[in-house]
Design a protein around this ligand. Sequence first.
Ligand code: FAD
Length: 402
Amino acid sequence: MEAQRMTAGSVRAIGTRPKDLAARARAAAEVAGADAAAVDAAARFPSGAFAQIRKQKLLGIQVPQSLDGEGASLDDLADVCYILGGACASTGLIYAMHQIKIACIVRHAKGNAALERILRRVATEQLLLASSTTEGQAGGNVRSSEAAIEREAGHVSLERKATVISYAVEADGIVTTARRAADAAGSDQVLLVLLKADYTLERLQSWDTLGMRGTHSEGFTLRARAPADQVLPEPYEKIHPQTMVPYAHLLWGSVWAGIAAAAAGKAQAFIRHAVRQSNGQVPPGAAHFTQAMSTLRMLRGVLGAALRSYEAVMSDEKAIAALEFQSMITLTKVQASELAVATVLHSLRACGLSGFRNDTEFSIGRHLRDVLSAPLMINNDRILSNLATTSLMTPLPTSISG
Ligand SMILES: Cc1cc2nc3c(=O)[nH]c(=O)nc-3n(C[C@H](O)[C@H](O)[C@H](O)COP(=O)(O)OP(=O)(O)OC[C@H]3O[C@@H](n4cnc5c(N)ncnc54)[C@H](O)[C@@H]3O)c2cc1C
């Protein structure tokens, strides 16, 4: 099914929207959708989809026009993630992860010439960047690093046990967190941009998972040596709340919404088919389709509202740092992931056995397996328990509109 366009406000000046973006995303989604079953079965990188994504020049759309990009806004990116996620969840998630890293560089390079050169190359050469935050035994605690960079003669070096790096082998570069120095605290982190020539990867772990198999998220020892000016000038402590978390939660959420919409599309097709087969009789599972549409609407509402809130404060450091905004954007991930799972489950119930089977046009299996990664990707339990104290201190609303 063709994913519906997600409505979201834009604060960008009229006339600067990337040209034909929806059509370009749909062209890539067509290839991604055609390959999705094979990519899932073999747990392989969706190379056909990414050849088309590169042909459509979608990897560099967020790079500012002054650096040869198209200056795409967050809601442009969300729409592309939604369209790709509906066709092939792994393709959508890889695209989202790349754009989250690009956002960190665009918003925090602060005129650094080496980083701007890399951004220009992303736009002109369509480089694909991967992300390394998960390390050793620390699980999803992104705000703590074990391995530290070492500085010598204009260079930095790093060796880290990167438990999961999606599409590391296929990427043209990796953006990684690291401890600022050997004597720094775990939370005193930097973000370092590495290009392929700057690092080697030694495989630690393979990737044979229930879903999101095409992200090809193997584990590696990452050994790097790079020019020191490829370290972002701003500390990760700032990049994380201002850019990394909002972009990650909104773009991952858009991919999950795409998966949910694709599953709901199958349920709708199944119910229509069943009605036609039984002289207009609506099957009992139809109520689940209605619920799928209802949770999908809620999901799009949550994402659209969070997107508008972020766009309203994104250039205001103080407003972004406010507890109210940080709690909202953090909880957006929990809500979006749970609503996406609920939508896919309702779609499965609507399709019944035809959805449960792997060999029908109404099969929901891959969508369900893929969307089940959503609550785990930075575990919702971790997020909820981290927010427990904040929630206790938050005053309850005194009106509906306030
Ligand atoms: C499809 C996919 C692709 C990924 N790609 C990448 C990538 O490219 N790069 C990368 O760096 N990482 C990647 N990751 C990893 C991801 O970012 C998280 O690090 C990972 O999902 C955390 O997994 P975890 O459940 O082992 O860890 P944790 O989040 O540590 O959770 C482990 C368990 O501990 C519990 N737990 C942990 N902390 C708390 C707490 N404070 N309170 C209560 N319970 C807690 C959780 O409930 C959970 O049961 C990917 C993950 C997925 C699913």
